[in-house]
Design a protein around this ligand. Structure first.
Ligand SMILES: NC(=O)c1ccc[n+]([C@@H]2O[C@H](COP(=O)([O-])OP(=O)(O)OC[C@H]3O[C@@H](n4cnc5c(N)ncnc54)[C@H](OP(=O)(O)O)[C@@H]3O)[C@@H](O)[C@H]2O)c1
Length: 234
């Protein structure tokens, strides 16, 4: 039942995001591949092939989110059925609590938390009206309170903990609507953020997000945090 479904992948033109876009297109979804630069999205769409449509989207700008969702409607003639909030930044330097780089903290939260929230606000009401939706938030084990044992990457960690909280709240609000909301940790994956020595390739990193984005009709998996398709402690 993936045909006729439309997915929006934020940061979908490179890193784990382009692999998520590719795998969703392979499963028969129409995929809106979003990047801050339209040319980057167009280039990614050429490599993915038919079913991929380029979109300019900067999740740190409310105006860009509004314009992108309007453009998505014009391109597809419909709404977004599947949202993958993949866009993310990791900006921390060496500072650890109690020291704080406020600029880094705000910029990180603006993309990793508020960005995901902004895009959800723009597309989830349409999912609720349609009685179908899948929202996947790309998080990290670094955001797990249960596993939090140091202050390395503090802004990044806090942003993903907050994104996890947003995932739980949104899932609770949407219970029974047909919209399933989950968080996916791709694991340490080779990409711009993960670097070249990460043990996992993009295909493996994209697996859990794509699984959650394509949960079949009748599935009631929602409000969860998963890595390797298995639950991870919050
Ligand atoms: N790689 C890992 O080991 C790892 C581990 C755990 C979690 N994650 C999470 O997985 C997700 C993807 O990470 P990645 O490894 O693929 O990172 P990456 O290679 O650094 O790519 C980051 C992506 O985020 C997009 N992005 C950044 N700021 C944006 C903004 N303001 N608006 C829209 N898009 C923006 C970029 O889009 P542009 O093309 O426009 O620059 C790019 O597509 C992130 O949420 C990350 O936190 C990654």
């Amino acid at each position: 039942m993936n045909e006729n479904r439309t997915a929006l992948v934020t940061g979908g033109a490179r890193g784990i995001g382009v692999e998520i876009s590719r795998q969703l297109a392979e499963r028969g979804l129409r995929v809106l591949v979003a990047a801050r630069q339209l040319e980057a999205a167009e280039e990614a769409c050429r490599t993915i092939g038919p079913g991929a449509l380029p979109l300019a989207l900067d999740v740190s700008s409310a105006k860009s989110v509004t314009e992108a969702v309007r453009e998505a409607g014009e391109l597809t003639g419909g709404g977004v059925d599947v949202l993958v909030n993949n866009a993310g930044v990791s900006l921390d330097g060496e500072l650890r609590p109690p020291y704080v780089d406020e600029e880094v903290l705000r910029a990180t939260l603006d993309v990793n938390l508020v960005g995901a929230w902004r895009v959800a606000e723009a597309v989830v009401p349409g999912m609720v009206r349609a009685g179908y939706g899948r929202v996947v938030n790309l998080t990290s084990s670094y955001g797990s309170l249960a596993l939090m044992d140091s202050g390395r990457h503090p802004a990044y960690r806090v942003s993903k903990t907050a994104l996890n909280a947003f995932t739980r709240m949104l899932a609770g609000e949407l219970s029974g609507t047909g919209v399933l909301v989950n968080a996916a940790d791709p694991g340490w994956t080779r990409s711009g953020m993960g670097g070249p020595s990460a043990p996992r390739g993009p295909e493996e990193g994209a697996d859990t997000p794509v699984w959650l984005a394509t949960l079949p009709d009748g599935d009631d998996t929602t409000g969860g945090l998963f890595a390797g398709r298995e639950p991870l402690p919050w």
